[in-house]
Design a protein around this ligand. Structure first.
Ligand SMILES: Nc1ncnc2c1ncn2[C@@H]1O[C@H](COP(=O)(O)OP(=O)(O)OP(=O)(O)O)[C@@H](O)[C@H]1O
Ligand SMILES: [Mg+2]
Length: 227
């Protein structure tokens, strides 16, 4: 049972629209098409924790640490420093390795997570994990087991998910979903953020304008985008 302690999303102006942030120890998705800002959002969430002295894990299935660190240095985020102090663990895992962690009931990842006292965890991107399973029931079962393991560690999780054909993987298994949009409007592109669901929380009805500027994701809560 989730309490009502909240964990900041790290996105300015978003927390007060969703009851203070993600529920502590909840599992959430940030979903969107390619280039919509999922990885930026996920790292911004961890960075908020790191700045508050919370231990964080970023599991990347697709992108290399070096590239991500270089890209995000453009936002002024010194991720290497947090790694040096032991507060951030960046793991270049394969989905298969995470499947084994689940099969082992926590495995080597549990040792790392409990040793560092992890408070926030990101998996980027869960759609690659979903591809390991052909059967719906196996995929659901593995996700449930993974979420239970992360829950046991007492951390708040943010998982990214690609949207293909309008479908968000694991959508009914998570506590919260934030969808990022990057749409073409009259010859230019516009970014927008939509809170799709947040269990036990009143959520904004409107799809809000969002930008990725030199400090990361910023939300304009009173500007709306019609899709
Ligand atoms: N350092 C930066 N400075 C400014 N904008 C950036 C920076 N890094 C990324 N962006 C912008 O953010 C956009 C989205 O990046 P992000 O990698 O988070 O998307 P994504 O949804 O994770 O995509 P994918 O599904 O391909 O992984 C980039 O296309 C770029 O426009
Ligand atoms: Mg990404």
């Amino acid at each position: 049972m989730l309490g009502d302690q909240r964990v900041s999303t790290g996105v300015p102006n978003l927390d007060n629209l969703i009851g203070g942030g993600f529920k502590q120890e909840s599992v959430n998705l940030v979903a969107g098409k390619t280039g919509s800002g999922k990885s930026v959002f996920a790292m911004q969430f961890l960075l908020d924790g790191l700045r508050k002295g919370e231990a964080c894990i970023f599991i990347s299935f697709e992108e290399r640490k070096k590239k991500i660190y270089e890209d995000f240095a453009g936002f002024g985020w010194d991720l290497e420093r947090y790694e040096r102090t032991g507060m951030l663990k960046f793991l270049e895992n394969t989905p298969e390795q995470i499947r084994r962690v689940v099969a082992d009931g926590g495995g080597s990842l549990e040792v790392i997570a409990t040793q560092m006292g992890v408070k926030r965890i990101v998996i980027d991107c869960m759609s690659s994990f979903a591809l390991l399973f052909h059967e719906d029931s196996n995929r659901r079962g593995a996700a449930l087991a993974l979420f239970e393991i992360m829950n046991r560690w007492g951390c708040t999780a943010l998982l990214t998910s690609n949207i293909k054909n309008g479908k968000i993987d694991f959508d009914d298994q998570v506590d919260g979903i934030i969808q990022l949009h990057h749409v073409r409007t009259k010859g230019s592109h516009e970014r927008a953020l939509e809170v799709v669901k947040m269990r036990g929380t009143q959520i904004p009805e409107k799809i809000m304008k969002m930008d990725i500027d030199k400090k990361g994701i910023v939300l304009s809560p009173s500007k709306f985008v019609s899709l």
